[in-house]
Design a protein around this ligand. Structure first.
Ligand SMILES: Nc1nc2c(ncn2[C@@H]2O[C@H](COP(=O)(O)OP(=O)(O)OP(=O)(O)O)[C@@H](O)[C@H]2O)c(=O)[nH]1
Ligand SMILES: [Mg+2]
Ligand SMILES: [Zn+2]
Length: 346
């Protein structure tokens, strides 16, 4: 019999449900087929028919890491009857374009749920990119979990301390750890995050060494790694789907395929926290609707001039906030379209 507590279950997730339902955690999703872990072991499950009726938003569909209640069936697929409230979730904007009428909608797509730490995995090989790291941090803060920046492949970059210092000076409250899965360098510094019952999710571009790190932490080959790959070449995903794994040491990890296009969804809060010093400057502008262009008493202009605010960082802030506003406008538009369609179809 499996103890679901080892998979992160605790009383906070419990919901008021009928007695015969069994709590479980989603470990993999393959279209409509779910692989879940419950007291009876790892089994297959599907959403119960009535589940679809109750779905109000796209994010009500269970994803990897979610806790659910099952109608257990020992002879075939069990049925997922209820989704438990999420403690954290990671979303991105889905541009795949579900057509509503003639309008392509942009909507929230939840990627994974209920993790405590997000390991933002960045390779010191070719991958290092502040803009991308900031996006990940923004989305992580928004998710409700704690970000940890992991710089991989230290063995390939003798200059790694420069990058560590750059990040540490920029993000005072975020832990930055440089490691090598190949030599084992730095792995001891990860121990404080490998607590029993805590869930880690690994995010980062394809080829940065996420699965290699899973294996290094586990000290065994749990995830497939493409050993002949010499660079962080894009577009070849070794890990093909998100997957929740329980290591022998009882650490729970969600490994993901490289995700380069991390859209922002309602990430306003996360961006504000990531760029808190910019938000503070904006508060000091003389005019509350300052466009930070030619207005007198503009704190941003002043800070750019004195070098207090880095020009690149300001540009990244603008880029991220613009994208976010764009996402919001689109979704408002879409809601209206949906409503019009609904009325038309009545
Ligand atoms: N030199 C060196 N190579 C590494 C290290 N970590 C991973 N690699 C190599 O980098 C390549 C990619 O590693 P993976 O662990 O598969 O990368 P991934 O992030 O899981 O990639 P996807 O599954 O495609 O998202 C492999 O060839 C690894 O051997 C490291 O610390 N040092
Ligand atoms: Mg992988
Ligand atoms: Zn201003």
């Amino acid at each position: 019999m499996i103890n679901l507590n080892e998979y992160g279950w605790n009383i906070d997730y419990a919901e008021d449900v009928k007695q015969n339902l069994v709590p479980a955690r989603i470990v993999e999703v393959h279209r409509e087929l779910y692989k879940v872990i419950c007291e009876y072991g790892e089994i297959n499950a599907k959403l119960k028919g009535t589940f679809y009726k109750e779905i109000k938003f796209d994010d009500d569909i269970p994803v990897v890491g979610d806790f659910v209640y099952l109608q257990y069936n020992q002879y075939g697929d069990s049925l997922i009857a209820k989704l438990c409230k999420r403690k954290s979730k990671f979303s991105r904007t889905d541009f795949s374009g579900h057509a509503v009428g003639y309008v392509k909608t942009i909507h929230e797509q939840v990627v994974a749920a209920n993790f405590d730490y997000v390991f933002i995995v960045v390779s010191l090989n070719h991958d290092f990119n502040m803009n991308r790291i900031e996006r990940y941090i923004g989305a992580t803060i928004q998710s409700g979990a704690e970000p940890v920046i992991i710089l991989t492949k230290v063995d390939l970059n003798s200059d790694y301390e420069k990058y560590v210092n750059k990040l540490k000076s920029q993000y005072i409250n975020i832990d930055v750890i440089a490691i090598s899965s190949k030599t084992g360098f730095g792995l001891d510094l990860l121990e404080k995050y490998l607590n029993k019952g805590k869930t880690l999710i690994f995010l980062g571009s394809s080829g940065v060494g996420k699965s290699s790190l899973v294996n290094a932490i586990a000290s065994e080959e749990i995830m497939k790694v493409n050993s002949i790959r010499e660079d962080d070449s894009k577009g070849r995903h070794t890990t093909t789907h998100r997957q929740l794994i329980l290591l022998p040491s009882k650490t729970i990890i969600i490994d993901t395929p490289g995700m380069r296009e991390l859209g922002m969804w309602n990430a306003e809060d996360g961006i504000k926290k990531t760029f808190s010093e910019i938000e503070e400057l904006i508060d000091q502008c003389k005019f509350s609707d300052c466009a930070h262009k030619s207005e007198p008493g503009c704190a941003i202009k002043h800070a750019l001039k004195t070098g207090e605010l880095d020009e690149d960082r300001w540009k990244r802030y603008l880029q991220l906030t613009n994208e976010n506003i764009f996402g919001k406008q689109k979704s408002a538009y879409t809601k209206k379209e949906k409503l019009i369609n609904k009325i038309k179809n009545q």
